[in-house]
Design a protein around this ligand. Sequence first.
Ligand code: ATP
Ligand code: MG
Length: 477
Amino acid sequence: MAKKASSLFTPKKTQQYPIVIPRDKHTLSRSNLSSNAVKVLYRLNKEGYDAYLVGGCIRDHLIDMEPKDFDVVTSATPEEVHAIFSNSRLIGRRFRLVHVTFGREIIEVSTFRANANPDSDTSDSKATNNSLKGKDSARSSHGIILRDNVWGDIEQDAQRRDFTFNALYYNVADFSIHDYCGGLEDIQARQVRIIGDAGQRYQEDPVRMLRAVRFAAKLGFDIEPETAAPIKEIAHLLDHIPPARLFEEVLKLLGSGNGVATYHLLKEYGLFHYLFPETDDLIRSNWQSPSINVEAFILQGLSNTDKRLSEGKSTAPYFLYAILLWPKVLFRHEEFLAQGLPETPALHQAASYVLDNQVAHTSIPRRFSTPMREIWDLQFRLPKRFGKRAFTLEKHPRFRAAFDFILIREESGSDLNNLGEWWQSFQDADEKERRNLINQADPLKNGKKAPTKRRIRRRKPNTKRTSFDTTDSTQNE
Ligand code: ATP
Ligand code: MG
């Protein structure tokens, strides 16, 4: 809790940085740390380099949260780190660093960096020549940092970090914590504060706006007014971030257990629009459809994901993306139906339309878009349970996800004729009960009118037929 931080830090009016908190004045000890991270720190020290733990692991410990990972920062260059650890590899171009692997655990080791002066940026060719010497930086015409590989010292490194609570360093040589930017005070005040001028720091890297709301939601902190002030106006800078990077950020934002809180902040600061413009347009236009209440559905999907994560269950990125894009799929589906397309082709075209538009904003690898399409497809197949279909559908590799999706639709107010309950009973039932359930759901045996199949008009035998496919809505069943 913040209590811990407050007990170890009392801000003075004219504070000199860094503030050094000795080992007996804080609660972070080696037993709280990943033993692999400690091994990396000691080894770097032994080789004569400075090495600290930095970022989320210190911050999270001070507010009594379980750190997600352990990041190390050192005076050694990536090549020097790589040479020390045989179990390591060099990664990244925009931001070069080293991954040291211990089984499934990866310790990320980066080199102290200085804020590259935008006026003295190297040109592309020079940048390549200088990259090994740590002078490799470049910016786009919008002022966005394209490469950030200018090495520096620990003080410079602190200044180029994003938020004050992320510029806390743990020194394994004497077990002290070094605070370079007032992070301890901000933890105590429970606020997210950017280091330096907010507008400029977002301009350099617009993803910092997303990180501000992510940390506010995760930590339950406020965004300090000056840190919050420019966001709405420059949220559009996110359009210049590569879709692959935004794909990853969305998973961290909405798929890490604080999806609902993060969604509200993304909406409040106008950031959601630059991640899911089509979904946001539907919400803003207050699109009314009997089949969905868009925002209620998104929130239900996010709260379901948060709940699963809090129970230690797994969640799949494709499920989250399927939720976030489903409203627009339905919208386009309705449009294509109105244009006279049969149900299944209308759905496939709607899915393609939505995915093609979305990848301009956040990429969606094919290994995710395929299961997303399957979940959407099953939304139209799960209601058709007659004969042997229920048994076949239940064996579909995406059945479980599609069933969960149905539950979320119902929980958010869509009337699907108790479809979720039926499928739950079907899964729980023995063979005999299953037959009964199928009979109850069969409109023919149940006295209801059977769904009308569109009639294929018979042609005269001598009529020349085109090769055009007239298959009707039942083609996919
Ligand atoms: P978590 O891992 O819990 O999400 P974290 O703070 O460790 O949070 P990482 O993405 O692992 O975040 O980054 C590690 C550290 O690197 C951060 O604490 C911050 O100091 C710095 N950092 C990361 N991204 C940026 C950025 N876009 N701009 C400036 N500094 C950054
Ligand atoms: Mg981290």
